[in-house]
Design a protein around this ligand. Structure first.
Ligand SMILES: [Zn+2]
Length: 453
């Protein structure tokens, strides 16, 4: 018996295989979402199934694969090998992987994966065994959708027997939707342009399928659905609210959102008037226990403002345990410790959760101000003037200035009455410290009837 040999075909096929593999390392390209509206389904788990030999005289068999309601970008892996034993045993047994082998113009033992209506076929081109070393597993990427199955092709006749199962894994490629706003703070009826994107957007030349819907939910009032499925959405914003993008990203239902703050009384500070700093400080203050009647139960909470190509956001940082000693790292009523800032951090902030005393110390007690808990009174026995650290209404503390000197990142501080900013001037010399203090700015949280935060 002579085996069909197709070296030319094999060479062409290998070029095809290598092209696909090489393309998988190319950089991601932006993709447009599908025009179809999102539907509510979620396919996130990998599928693994086994295709055993049903009949030792033939490798032929079929394995049902998952149904995907919309096209999905999947990593496909076929593992295992088929052992082929000639009969009578004039030749030794040999192995085939999912590529199978060409024989008399047919493919034997090869794995095909078909989907309707989006199909990919075959798993890999059928190869001539004489020029090919079987692999323990073969992987590739494809966009599949609808209903599908895997088939192992039939044998070469009754003079061979077959053994060994192939396993098929279909793994949805993960990607995440995000939404970017052109501005996060605006005056009434300014236009904000929202842009949705996913990351990663593709694997090699294959774009990750996704679709979106926009949903604007005002802080007060009823929601609207502007812009349909377009990738960008300009919206004239009358009052504060949240833009949601409801997405199906490679079969997975996801939602991203961004809050837009509309105020009549901008601060005049470009960062404070454009980035989600006010929202971040509000989140930190709301999380601080500022209304707790026990001042010792309150905590300075801290935020980082992060900006990357997917937009800007204020992240409330995790609350650390109370510092065991006044100079230990930790978060307390009048102390917070920041983690190192990565390159996306363009600002930091924290709150002083105590109503400030704005009068003269000689007039104490007077007005509605909060006493600091004992643990905040960190006295230096050599310095009688060091009685109260920050938090009692005098704006940034010396440790706050020192922190900015170390990071060079601007720091925003809010207490129940005011917002303060230390400019991001780095350095530890007295001149640096003086420059930071000279550059300090402050704003009231309210101006007349206008509430900034
Ligand atoms: Zn502070």
């Amino acid at each position: 018996m002579q085996r069909g040999r197709t070296p030319l075909r094999r060479r062409v096929c290998l070029v095809g295989v290598l092209t696909v593999v090489a393309a998988c390392h190319e950089s991601d390209a932006p993709t447009e979402p599908l025009a179809d509206p999102p539907i509510s389904f979620s396919v996130t788990d990998p599928f693994t199934g086994s295709l055993p030999i049903g009949n030792t005289s033939s490798p032929n068999g079929t394995l049902a694969l998952p149904t995907y309601p919309t096209p999905m970008l999947l990593k496909i892996t076929v593992s295992g090998q088929t052992t082929v034993t000639p009969y009578p045993d004039t030749y030794p047994p040999y192995q085939l992987d999912a590529a199978g082998e060409t024989w008399a113009g047919h493919c034997s033992g090869g794995m095909y994966i078909r989907y309707y209506p989006y199909e990919w076929w075959p798993m890999v081109p059928c190869l001539s065994r004489d020029y090919y070393t079987p692999q323990s597993s073969i992987s590739g990427y494809a966009i599949l959708g609808g209903t599908g199955y895997a088939t192992r092709t039939g044998g070469v006749g009754g003079l061979y027997s077959y053994a060994g199962a192939l396993s098929v894994t279909l793994e949805p490629v993960k990607a995440k939707v995000s939404v970017k706003a052109s501005k996060y703070v605006v005056t009434p009826n300014q236009t904000v342009t929202f842009t949705a994107s996913i990351s990663p957007s593709a694997v090699g030349p294959l774009p990750i399928p996704w679709s979106i819907h926009w949903r604007w939910v005002p802080d007060a009032g009823s929601q609207t659905t502007p812009c349909g499925a377009a990738i960008t959405c300009p919206l004239q914003v009358a009052a504060s609210g949240t833009m949601f993008v409801d997405a199906v990203v490679n079969g997975e239902a996801q939602t991203a959102s961004v809050h837009i703050r509309v105020i009549n009384c901008l601060t005049g500070n470009p960062l404070l008037d454009s980035l989600p700093i006010l929202d971040g400080l509000k989140l930190a203050m709301d999380s601080s226990g500022v209304s707790d009647s026990n001042p010792a139960a309150r905590r300075e909470r801290k935020i980082q403002i992060k900006c990357d190509i997917y937009g800007c956001r204020a992240e409330l940082l995790p609350l650390l345990p109370l510092p065991p000693l006044p100079d230990s790292p930790g978060d307390g009523p009048c102390k917070s410790t920041f983690p190192p800032a990565d390159s996306t951090v363009i600002g930091e902030g924290h709150v002083h959760p105590f109503r400030p005393f704005s009068g003269l110390l000689s007039q104490m007690p007077y007005g509605t101000w909060d006493s600091l808990p004992d643990m905040c009174v960190h006295r230096d026995p050599q310095d009688p003037s060091d009685t109260l650290r920050h938090g009692s209404g005098f704006g940034p503390s010396q440790p706050d200035y020192n922190h900015v000197g170390g990071t060079g990142i601007p720091q925003w501080i809010m207490d129940p009455d005011s917002i303060y900013m230390i400019p991001g001037i780095p350095g530890g010399t007295p001149a640096d410290d003086n420059a930071r203090k000279a550059g300090k700015q402050s704003w009231g949280r309210k101006v007349g009837s206008c509430t900034r935060v």
